[in-house]
Design a protein around this ligand. Structure first.
Ligand code: ADP
Ligand code: MG
Length: 240
């Protein structure tokens, strides 16, 4: 589904991604961890071309993202993204936040979009808030709406960039639960997170990034029990 091959990214002189090699198969859940500033968000944002890569090849769902000729809208239709800050439209009701893109981008009718929206709101357990405004919801509820909004586009891939980092601790669990369910149902997911419990339990693979490089890549058991690289060990020891 996703293949990075020798991907480099520069911001001007700054070399932010260095020789990234990464493959994500259909249905896989890959968790990306690493210190702040290591390039995790940038790597994620390259996948739907919110950032353009400087060198190398990046293929997503068979589409060459590095190729300027690739239809960017077609690419983005298949990728849902959830951010740390939920980015809901504050002046629109929950349900209208969700129906907007399917109606505009996929051209489906309002009635059908609302039916789909309710289906996903029920899935994230917040259907009773369909007519509320985002400001009337807790952070955890808003993030679940943001996830429902992503799902309503029926994406093939979901990207999560620290989806629980802005939440009060008591709301982290409800968002992780939704993500765990998605993973169980076979969604292809790339998740940047500091939630090591989630990583250990849900990830098929964990990627450790430092200074723009993938330093280590392993299954969760091996990653936590016997990391090979010194930098990984240092990172993990600081979390305890
Ligand atoms: P992470 O998500 O791991 O914290 P980021 O991908 O956000 O790291 O950032 C990696 C590095 O790239 C940081 O040093 C950051 O300051 C820099 N960076 C990110 N976005 C930009 C940008 N648009 N322009 C210049 N530098 C950037
Ligand atoms: Mg980041």
């Amino acid at each position: 589904m996703i293949r990075f091959h020798q991907v480099d990214k520069h911001f001007g002189q700054f070399h932010v991604l260095k020789g990234i090699e990464l493959q994500v198969k259909e249905g896989e859940v890959v968790v990306v961890v690493g210190p702040s500033g290591s390039g995790k968000s940038t790597m994620l944002r390259c996948i739907n071309r919110l950032e353009t890569i400087t060198n190398g090849e990046l293929t997503v769902g068979g589409l060459p993202v590095h190729d300027r000729k690739t239809d960017i809208n077609k690419l983005r239709r298949d990728i849902g993204m959830v951010f740390q800050h939920f980015n809901l439209y504050p002046h629109k009701k929950v349900i209208d936040n969700i129906t907007l893109a399917p109606m505009k981008v996929l051209g489906i009718s309002k009635a059908e979009a609302e039916q789909t929206a309710m289906f996903y709101l029920e899935k994230v357990d917040i259907a009773d808030k369909a007519s509320a405004y985002p400001s009337q919801l807790s952070g955890g509820q808003q993030q679940r709406v943001a996830i429902a909004r992503g799902l309503a586009m029926k994406p093939k891939i979901m990207l999560f960039d620290e989806p629980t980092s802005a939440l009060d601790p008591e709301m982290v669990g409800e968002v992780l639960d939704v993500m765990r369910t998605l993973a169980t149902e076979g969604m292809t997911m790339v998740v940047v997170t500091h939630e090591m419990g989630f990583a250990r339990e849900v990830a098929d693979r964990i990627i450790f990034m430092d200074q723009g490089q993938i330093v280590e890549e392993a299954g969760p058991e091996e990653f936590f029990a016997s990391p090979r690289e010194e930098r990984t060990r240092t990172f993990l020891s600081r979390l305890l």
